[in-house]
Design a protein around this ligand. Structure first.
Ligand code: C2E
Ligand code: MG
Ligand code: MG
Length: 696
């Protein structure tokens, strides 16, 4: 080891290894060289002075070389190398521990002081920080208070179980309390009694910590008991451990908006004229009534006023409106029980919905009460208006049915009540419906059937009673239906009349019958039978009928007198104007006109002589009384003789229909009846059967 410079360089190197030195290497070596001199001076001293050496220890701490490693490494270097420094005079080894001790003490003291200073700085900083934070909190608290009390929305703070702790002015005012009255009350105390229980669930969930927040419209109760509609938001504040700590509720008074909404909803669901529920409300309730999957039943009365249009047209719409209002009033008065809704479906149609009906009897009873309540005339605008209604009623279990089906069935049933004569109820009958559906199916197919010749014509002989000679045949149409088999005219003629298809069908039958007549004419000449074709009332209203028939007969090149047209009694008696003109024109052409089923209607016999009629066909129903049987009604014989005499007096030929046994034929001969038709002679059959007859 050499001089003090070398020691200083070594020490400086050790120091830089043990800590971060905030000065350059030269500066550090120079400083440590000075410290080395102080240490060497201590070892040479006559009387050891600790203080300069202590300052060196402290000096290192001052350089921020304050770690335990700096102390340990410095002490080690001093102990091993300092006594061996050359050129520094005589050094006393016995003083080395004192030098080391003083150095360590100075270092430790300085280090303690430094720690204390550091701690103090932190404490002050913390204190300062806390002060800053506290003042910020205070400021926000003040802001919160101001906001809380001046807010237009109601704010309430409650503890986790829902007891109100803080209530702001707006909230108290909304509810009609003072804030101090509300404090301590429970949220439940503010509920409106009618509020559905389900509406409480979100609050309970938040209070129990199952969710953190909810917002919904709730109905509350003011101090005076009146309802308060609010838009409520409730938020949960949790404690550090997550348990619910308190609740903050914000309420907005939406009562006005709600009243407006209610009014709009009412308008959307009610008929402005009568104030009854409208179709929308009814549909909603009907759908709801079907929302069960148990044995719940539902009933409907679908009601339509009879002849309302006449009142409206003759007395004016104002009177019509007043009548509707009055009818609605009576219906409403009758149907006050809960679960019953009366609605106006439009025009003069009303509907009554009975939820949870008990059975058909209940609905019949209701329908009768409705008819009863309308029976009393309505005093309106100086009139006493009588009005009746037709009601279709349906009653059924909701399971297995749909609202739409039920409405459709009610509608169909209402139509039945109308068709059955009005001022009555009809109950839905699935069999009748099935028949009507079948009829509908038939009428839907009929136009194509006429085209594709699914129809054919049978012929039934008409014979002269005096000698049983075949003098004519009646053409009777049949339908070879691909699905239903052979259908008789009773199954489709009425339908064809309703739909108007009788016109093309009748034209087809006439063409077919005249073609057949032509063939017979060709074969049998004068012996060919007259062909009698049925003509529906509806056909006589066709403006082209005369032209059509003329064309058809011309096409067949037949003398018009070989064709007879049969019209039913009611059809012929109702003819006036155009149709009567048509009949005359046909008669003028030379075509024969017969009255079919005579005696079943209520003919004005005096009128008969003004009609262009050639023949009378006595209805088959009179033949019953001509049987040789104890149950035969003797009046029938009287009527038949009278009709025969009368017809002859008017110059008409008489044909008896439905003659089934020889006694009937004998009596008819006795009464002077001319001709007859019936199973006794032949059933309707194919043209070949007529030919066999003619060939005999
Ligand atoms: P209608 O013109 O009075 O025809 C006589 C009906 O009585 C026929 O019934 C015939 O089969 C039936 N009849 C004949 N003899 C007897 C008998 O001895 N006893 C009984 N009980 N009945 C007998 P159908 O063929 O069923 O015709 C029924 C009705 O259909 C006809 O009554 C007629 O009004 C109508 N009709 C038939 N064909 C046509 C047609 O082409 N056009 C129109 N518009 N109506 C037709
Ligand atoms: Mg006939
Ligand atoms: Mg007849």
């Amino acid at each position: 080891m050499s001089g003090p410079d070398a020691f200083a360089r070594t020490w400086a190197a050790v120091l830089t290894e043990t800590g971060y030195v905030a000065m350059d290497r030269r500066g550090l070596v120079d400083l440590v060289r000075e410290y080395t001199e102080v240490l060497l001076a201590g070892l040479r001293a006559e009387r050891f002075q600790a203080e300069p050496v202590e300052r060196i220890g402290a000096g290192l701490v001052g350089l921020r070389l304050a770690g335990p490693e700096t102390l340990r490494a410095s002490l080690q270097l001093i102990g091993s190398d300092l006594l061996r420094v050359t050129g520094a005079g005589e050094l006393r080894a016995e003083l080395l521990p004192a030098v080391q001790g003083a150095f360590a003490a100075g270092f430790a003291t300085a280090m303690q002081e430094k720690i204390f200073r550091d701690q103090e700085t932190i404490r002050r900083a913390a204190l300062e920080a806390r002060r800053g934070a506290e003042s910020a909190l205070l400021a926000s608290e003040a802001r919160f208070r101001a906001m809380f009390n001046q807010a237009a929305v109601g704010i309430a703070i409650g503890d986790a179980d829902g007891t109100l702790v803080e209530i702001n002015t707006a909230m108290a005012a909304m509810l009609g309390y003072r804030a101090d009255q509300l404090r301590g009350m429970h949220v439940n105390d503010l509920r409106y009694p009618d509020e559905p229980v389900a509406m409480r669930r979100p609050f309970d969930d938040v209070a129990a910590g199952r969710r953190d927040y909810y917002r919904m419209e709730r109905l509350l109760r003011r101090s005076d008991g009146s309802p308060l509609w609010t838009d409520v938001t409730v938020s949960l504040i949790r404690a550090a451990d997550g348990t619910p700590q308190y609740l903050i509720g914000m309420l907005e008074d939406i009562t006005d908006r709600h009243v407006l909404e209610e009014r709009l909803r009412h308008q959307a669901n009610h008929d402005p004229l009568t104030g009854l529920g409208n179709r929308a409300l009814f549909t909603e309730r009907l759908n709801a009534a079907f929302g069960h999957d148990d044995d719940t039943r539902v009933g409907l009365c679908y009601l339509d006023l009879d002849g309302f249009k006449v009142i409206n047209d003759s007395l004016g719409h104002d009177i019509g409106d007043d009548l509707l209002v009055a009818v609605a009033g009576r219906l409403d008065g009758l149907l006050t029980a809960p679960g019953r809704t009366v609605a106006r479906m439009g025009g003069d149609e009303f509907v009554v919905l009975v939820e949870n009906s008990s059975g058909r009897a209940e609905m019949i009873n209701l329908a009768e009460r409705i008819l009863g309540c309308l029976a009393e005339p309505f005093p309106i605008g100086g009139h006493r208006l009588s009005v009746s209604a037709s009601i279709g009623l349906v009653e059924r279990a909701v399971v297995g049915a749909t609202p739409a089906e039920t409405m459709r069935d009610a509608d169909v049933t209402l139509y039945w009540a109308k068709a059955d004569g009005k001022n009555r109820w009809a109950a839905y009958d699935p069999d009748r419906n099935a028949r009507e559906v079948a009829r509908f199916t038939l009428s839907a197919r009929m136009p194509a059937a006429v085209e594709s010749e699914e129809f054919y014509v049978d012929y039934q002989p008409i014979v002269r009673l005096s000698d049983s000679k075949l003098i004519g045949v009646e053409a009777l149409v049949r339908w070879a239906h691909p699905e239903f088999g052979r259908l008789g005219p009773d199954q489709f003629i009425g339908l064809a009349e309703e739909t108007g298809l009788i016109v093309p069908l009748g034209r087809w039958v006439l063409r077919e019958a005249t073609r057949q007549a032509r063939r017979w004419h060709d074969t049998y000449g004068d012996r060919a039978p007259m062909v009698s074709v049925n003509l529906a009332a509806r056909q006589t209203e066709e403006p082209n009928l005369v032209a059509d028939i003329t064309t058809i007969i011309k096409a067949a090149n037949l003398p018009p007198s070989t064709i007879q047209l049969e019209l039913t009694e009611s059809a012929i008696m109702n003819t006036s104007g155009g149709p009567l003109r048509t009949l005359r024109d046909l008669a003028d052409l030379g075509i024969r006109i017969a009255i079919d089923d005579f005696g079943t209607g209520y003919s004005n016999l005096a009128y008969l002589r003004h009609l262009p009629v050639h023949a009378i066909k006595l209805a088959g129903s009179f033949m019953e009384g001509l049987r040789d049987s104890p149950s035969a009604d003797p009046a029938d014989a009287q009527i038949v003789t009278t009709l025969v005499t009368l017809s002859h007096a008017l110059g008409h030929v008489v044909i008896a229909e439905g003659v089934e046994d020889p006694e009937q034929a004998d009596r008819l001969r006795e009464f002077g009846c001319d001709n007859a038709q019936g199973w006794l002679f032949a059933k309707p059959g194919r043209p070949e059967e007529i030919e066999r007859w003619l060939d005999k």
